[in-house]
Design a protein around this ligand. Sequence first.
Ligand code: SF4
Length: 378
Amino acid sequence: MSFYNEIKQYKWSDIGRDLKSRSRSDVERALGSRPVNLDGLISLLSPAAEPLLEEMAQEAHRLTIRRFGNVISMFAPLYISNVCMNRCAYCGFNAGNPVARLTLTVEQIEAEGRAIRALGFRHLLLVSGEAPKIVTMDYLKSALDVLRPLFPSLSVEIFPLDTAAYAELIDHGLDGLVVFQETYDEELYGKVHLGGKKRDYRWRLETPDRGGSAGFRRLGLGALLGLNDWRVEAFFLALHAQYLLRTYWKSQIGISFPRLRPAAGAFQPAHPVSDIDFVQLLTALRLFLPDASLVLSTREPASLRDHLVPLGITTMSAGSHTEPGGYSRESEAEAQFEIADRRSPEEVANMLREKGYEPVWKDWDSIFLTPGRETAAA
Ligand code: SF4
């Protein structure tokens, strides 16, 4: 049984109605309960929780420090190709957008990797659009082979693959898989994914299942905030994370919170998510999922990122480039979206230290799984 069977037991409209029916006492009961169950999660995500945000934030901070200490893991995304066959209405890489396209050569990937390593990072996230005839398995394996000596931890955020292909990539040093469902609402999913393989809701939804079966050590999830009612979306995202924690208990589950950013195509979010909404979402998920990594990207502005750090965040990117080739040279390729926090990794690390946190550039080494194998970066 995959998550598709589990999600079918819930109706989007029922959760929406339930959220609206919650009272302050429901929220107080959820705040006082350990662990917070699904019913409590609905209370914490409801409009009734807004006056209790301060209490939620304090509890989210306490839980995070107890489970993760005062460390923040740092990572950088490396965009290897912005060629894409899909037509996601919200994305600058949409096949219908007449933007400059670029797929890095393996040599260019290595140069980008060296530039990112020189910034301090030891955890890399490889990102590409969906173009399996260009970003082939052989290409991905070659990329991993040149990056593996530089980075003890390598993750991908690329198009969904089958379990056997993931297992092959794990053999080439990959330890993390990130795949955002964008929206868990199957009807809306069909409306914003206008063409290409990504239209297949179930194939995408079951991707973390295939990754978990293949043995990824890290599984990352997310919903694209702005597409839909964030409260209901957050419920299904949390349900998915809880299912994965239960089913693939050896994998660490990470949740990202991408808010829609300006990009080529000028897509406008139908359900904008305010900063206050963002805080409620973040803290509610922390209270429900005390063991999950919560990831904050450079999509958010510097001042907001600084304030969000103590509310449950465990993982951050910094100094990101969302255009292929952007770290090692001036790239003419289109960026996927505009980043908002333009500080250097060192500036972000200094901010964390000033707040009493320790930026950690490396918290994992493939040698843990393969005794006897040395990596140059270890
Ligand atoms: S979101 Fe991903 S799959 Fe969709 S158009 Fe952008 S790069 Fe392609």
